[in-house]
Ligand binder design. Structure first.
Ligand code: FAD
Length: 452
């Protein structure tokens, strides 16, 4: 399914071309004999799999010492083999490409849906006892239904407005607005005051009932990265290879890594986040408008703090909880992993994530236990904790791209446009932006474009 209609801007990942110097368009373009893939996240691995299937010679260069990128499964409890996701958690019902890969690699998808309790203004309300107001529920239904009728001009207008402003202009009652801020900000990783109205509305209008929070892979989402790597050949995926320079000359691409090793190819598929992209020395230089687009895009701050407890005191396997505390949102991270012990993840966004990320485990533990107080004396069950703050991740400085006002239609096509023999891919330029699905789809599309 195409989630977000394009306004005929002519930029599908990796096909439109940007050139700094028109003479570069005459770059020699023969059939490629070797393709270099930059990044072994889901986008790079999806591209590599397409190249493998097409019997193309390729190499994947990955800076980290593991595959998966922002998919990061962690074993929290060795004794019971309990695994939690420090990066991407949910596979959506509409995420067809990821589901196809799971089928191909024989990975079972578990139901990972939750029923959300609410802790707001000190009052704890179980999932069946809180709701948006009837008035707002009705109004929002109409808004969602009307999405497909929006003209190009209306879509652009919506993109120029933030999601919070859109609600206010549509007469949302104040209490509903507070709840939407708490819940929707978990989807975008920042306050809804920073999110493009178009980017947000398209996501809610075209997502599954549970907003794509539907499944998780057995063994953790990292299993898919591992299985693809084994299938294409681990020797093709070079870990610990940090790319620092890319040169294009006479129709060839030459990549230099910080360890001094160089790689030559006919095309390059670049799947890295914009923060990393900005650090690479390109010869010839990237066009100014691409550099401006790279500099304009922000990534959301998300912190994940996983806590292992000796007992699942929250009771329900499908427990999650939205709060107005710094811990923000909790979910049962070991659903479908039978054991007496279990883990909750505190998932915080924006400045709340900064507070978690900047502090130490002592303070993080206090914030988590305090937020869970209405539920239980969680300290009685506490066993261990692990924290990952994506706002300071070395490669992305954030969890996923967050398109702000006016950015969806203005900068995304520029980021997606190819540059001579370099094709771009990755979550940040995808139709399903912010999802594994987007990473996989753009990787495959870029590989097809590079093979042509
Ligand atoms: C906290 C969090 C929660 C999320 N929740 C969900 C969710 O529930 N569902 C969902 O579908 N998605 C979710 N996502 C998003 C999902 O993880 C991403 O969309 C997807 O994994 C991005 O894949 P990618 O290949 O585009 O980028 P990445 O995974 O970032 O891959 C890029 C790779 O390039 C490497 N690299 C960077 N620079 C260089 C360099 N110079 N040289 C060599 N290698 C380099 C990086 O190390 C990285 O491995 C979440 C992400 C986070 C962080």
């Amino acid at each position: 399914m195409k989630r977000r209609t394009f306004l005929n801007l002519g930029a599908v990942a990796g096909t439109a071309t940007l050139v700094a110097n028109p003479s570069l368009t005459q770059a020699i373009r023969t059939k490629p004999a070797r393709i270099i893939v930059l990044g072994a996240g889901f986008s790079g691995l999806s591209a590599a799999l397409k190249l493998h299937d097409a019997n193309m010679d390729f190499v994947v260069l990955e800076s980290r010492n593991r595959v998966g990128g922002r998919v990061f499964t962690h074993v929290l409890d060795d004794a019971n083999d309990l695994r939690v996701e420090l990066g991407a958690e949910w596979v959506g019902r509409s995420h067809e490409e990821v589901q196809k890969l799971c089928k191909r690699f024989d990975i079972e998808l578990f139901n990972n849906q939750f029923e959300t309790d609410l802790l707001f203004r000190g009052s704890y309300q179980p999932s069946d006892q809180w709701e948006y107001s009837e008035e707002w529920k009705k109004r929002f239904e109409e808004i969602l239904k009307n999405f497909k009728n929006l003209s190009d001009a209306q879509q652009r207008e919506l993109d120029n407005m933030d999601w919070w402003r859109f609600f206010v202009n549509n007469g949302i009652p104040e209490n509903d607005l507070f709840l939407r801020e708490l819940l929707d900000s978990t989807d975008f990783g920042e306050s809804i005051r920073h999110v493009s109205g178009f980017s947000a509305l398209s996501e809610y209008a075209e997502s599954s009932k549970k907003n794509e929070m539907d499944f998780k892979m057995k063994g953790g989402n990292g299993t898919l990265a591992r299985k693809i790597t084994e299938h294409i050949g681990s020797d093709k995926v070079k870990l610990g290879y940090h790319v620092e320079a890319i040169e294009q000359k006479n129709g060839k691409v030459k990549v230099t890594c910080t360890n001094g090793e160089t790689f030559d190819g006919d095309r390059l598929i670049c799947t890295i986040p914009t923060f990393s992209l900005a650090k690479i020395k390109f010869t010839p230089a990237l066009p100014k408008e691409k550099i401006n687009a790279i500099n304009a895009l922000q990534y959301a701050r998300i912190n994940k703090h996983a806590v292992l407890f000796s007992e699942r005191f929250w009771g329900r396997e499908d427990f999650d909880l939205i709060t107005d505390t710094s811990a923000h949102y909790f979910y049962h991270a070991t659903k479908n992993q039978p054991a007496k012990s279990g883990a909750l993840i505190s998932y915080s966004i924006g400045e709340k994530a900064d507070v978690f990320g900047w502090n130490d485990d002592h303070l993080r533990k206090q914030m988590v236990l305090e937020s869970l107080r209405p539920l239980a004396r969680a300290e009685d069950y506490f066993r261990k904790e692990v924290n990952y703050y994506w706002g300071s991740d070395r490669y992305s400085k954030g969890s996923y791209a967050v398109y702000g006002k006016g950015q969806w239609f203005n900068i995304r096509p520029i980021l997606a446009a190819k540059f001579i023999n370099i094709h771009f891919a990755g979550e940040h330029i995808a139709d399903w932006q912010g999802f594994m699905e987007g990473a996989v789809a753009t990787g495959a599309e870029a590989a097809e474009a590079a093979l042509a």
